[in-house]
Every structure is written in C-alpha cells, then in structure tokens.
Design a protein around this ligand. Structure first.
Ligand code: GLY
Length: 351
C-alpha cells in the first residue's frame, strides 16, 4: 500500500492507494459523525460492506445512479438529508462511488455549514485516477456540464483496487481511457503501458498504474490547484474533442470519448508536425488497443460545434492539448472552421 500527500496552499490531502487501503484507513472515521453519499448501483453491490463498516443506521443519501442525477435537485436532497439527520460542522461526508458521487458529495461537503470534512472512496478506475483527486466538485445545470462547483480538497482519498472486481467491462475501458491519457503526459506511465500492452486489464498492473496516475495528478494539482496557470489544463488532453462528442452523442462512456478524442487530436498533432514517428504510432496503438476501432458518427461537423463552448478556448480559437513526445504535450489553437474540416477528414480517413 502506498501513500501520497497532496499539498496545496490551503490544504493537505492524504491519498492511500492499494490493496487493503479501505480496511486500513476507514477505521480512522469509525468514531466520527459521518454522512455517507452513494448511488443505487454502488449501494446494491456494497450495502453489506457499508453497513458492516459504518453501521446499518449510518445517515446516508443513496441517489439514482447516472449522470442525469448530477444536478442541483440531488445536491439539495443530500443537503436536506444532512440537515435532518443532525450533521454538525465537524461531521465528515464520505463519497462512496464513482465520479458522479464524488463530484456531487464533494460539493455538498463544501457547502454544508460552509464546509465540512470530506473523504473520497472512489470505486471506479476513472474516479481513482482522476475525479476523486484534486478537489474539483460540481453539478450540471441546464445541460451545461459542471457549471456549478467549487475547488474543495478531500482530507483523505482511499483508492482500493478491491472495488474493480465488480466493474463492468465498459467501466474498465472507461478507466483505461483516462490511464492512456496519463501515458501521453508522463513518460514513466507511457513506458509501463507499452511494456504491458497485452495485460492492461490485469489486476496487479491496474493497481500499480492507478498509483502512478494519481501521483502524476497530485503533482499537477500542487502546481496549479485552481486551473489558472496552464499546468492543470494538460489533464484535458483528448478532452476537447472527447467532451464535444460526449455532449453531442452521449451514447458511450466518458473514457471511450476521451480515447476517441485522443485519437483525433493525435492525428491533428501529426498533421501540424507536432508529433510523429514511433512515438505517435505507439500512442495510436495504445488508444486502439482499448478502443478497438474508431467508431463512426453521423453529422460530425455539428458535433464539432460543441467544442466552441470548451472552457480552454480563447476568443477566436478552439484550444486543444495534443501529444508531442514522451512526457510532453503541446497546446494547439485552431479556428473553428479548420477544426471542423479536420474532424470530418479524420473520421472519413478512418473508414
Ligand atoms: N479532471 C481534470 C482535472 O481534475 O483538472
């Protein structure tokens, strides 16, 4: 088991990773006033573990699983339940689940009585390598993703691979999408992925690589907690196109859209001479190992319009973070029309 301390100017988060992390570190919270937030899928799988660990009467809010629950109504349902179960200022919110649970429970913890303790127990690979670490909390509103949110660091993150045993294949693929993104940002992760290309889904490999991804993310967050100086936005590699397609089509997992976005943005980096040679071939190979093949979409040019709303954009351009070479990415700015044409060609060429 390994520990990472993530220090920001105003907080310190302890991240415990590895087998038995849950059993070892959750005991610290057994005698505290806790409020558990989870969703119906996770609760169906882990109600016994939750009851055995926190007691069957532990105050909790179990909301309907799915991205559609990440809204102000669910947020207020959680806050209401916290108030009516008598939570005090020194209580601890335990976010037990995937990315939606972590984001919404984190926001509830940030708002309740102007901020209470927060523990993240991410149960998906995606949540362990990305959303549970770094303090981004949010809900969606009026069809806009993450439009209401805060930066609010958890005091503890417990990333235990035991939860991967119950993940459906699609969730594993989703997590690998984000892991391969880290491979394009960090040469240590890249080399491990290339060496283990045939065993990416193997349990012991996943445990090790999840730790490496969290370590990378912790360094990025320490350098740019509030996404202000350009360091944190590197975590959005593949996400400009991925998010646009996800918002427009929405029929695949987030990680699959990140992989599709990485594929397209790698071709862009090739076209503009930013990335090439064996490195570009290897990144493409990793992406296709998980994605299998680039899916086709109807009306890709309209989907590309959605990228116009990406937070990274400047006034006139779509801003993309693209792979460059081992451990290094680059920023590419393109006018919308050029981006749209490129995206169409990219999918046509892959037919
Ligand atoms: N998920 C990207 C970030 O935490 O900045």
């Amino acid at each position: 088991m390994k520990e990472i301390i993530l220090k920001t100017p105003t907080s310190e988060s302890k991240v415990y990773c590895g087998t038995n992390a849950f059993q070892c570190y959750i005991s610290e919270y057994k005698n505290k006033q806790i409020f558990l937030v989870t969703d119906t899928n996770v609760y169906a799988l882990y109600s016994k573990l939750i009851d055995d660990t926190f007691g069957s009467n532990c105050p909790k809010c179990v909301f309907e699983a799915g991205e559609q629950s990440k809204n102000p109504e669910t947020l207020f349902k959680i806050l209401n339940a916290m108030l009516s179960s008598g939570m005090r200022r020194n209580c601890t919110v335990i976010a037990f689940g995937g990315g939606v649970v972590g984001d919404i429970a984190g926001l509830a913890a940030a708002l309740y009585m102007r901020g209470v303790h927060l523990v993240q127990i991410p149960t998906t690979i995606l949540a362990q390598v990305d959303s549970s670490v770094g303090g981004k909390t949010a809900v969606d509103m009026c069809g806009v993703k993450n439009v209401i949110g805060t930066f609010y660091q958890p005091e503890t993150v417990i990333a235990d691979p035991m939860f991967f045993a119950t993940l459906p294949e699609r969730e594993v693929k989703c997590g690998l999408g984000e892991i391969i993104k880290y491979g394009a940002l960090d040469s240590n992760i890249y080399l491990k992925l290339i060496e283990n290309i045939e065993g990416l889904k193997c349990g012991s490999f996943l445990s090790e690589i999840v730790f490496d991804c969290i370590k990378h993310k912790a360094q990025v967050v320490e350098a740019d907690e509030r996404d202000e100086n350009g360091v944190r936005k590197t975590l959005n590699l593949g996400h400009t196109t991925g998010h646009a397609l996800e918002l427009f089509y929405g029929d695949k997992s987030h990680g699959e859209y990140v992989l599709i976005g990485m594929y397209c943005e790698l071709q862009l980096a090739r076209k503009y001479g930013i990335c090439g040679g064996q490195y570009a071939k290897n990144i493409e190979m990793l992406v296709l190992k998980v994605l299998e093949k680039l899916p086709q979409f109807e009306d890709i040019q309209s989907a590309a319009d959605v990228a116009l709303h990406d937070k990274k954009n400047d006034d006139d351009n779509i801003v993309l973070i693209v792979p460059e070479r081992e451990g290094k990415c680059a920023e590419l700015k393109l006018p919308l029309l050029e981006y749209k044409k490129f995206l169409k060609d990219c999918f046509d060429n892959a037919r």
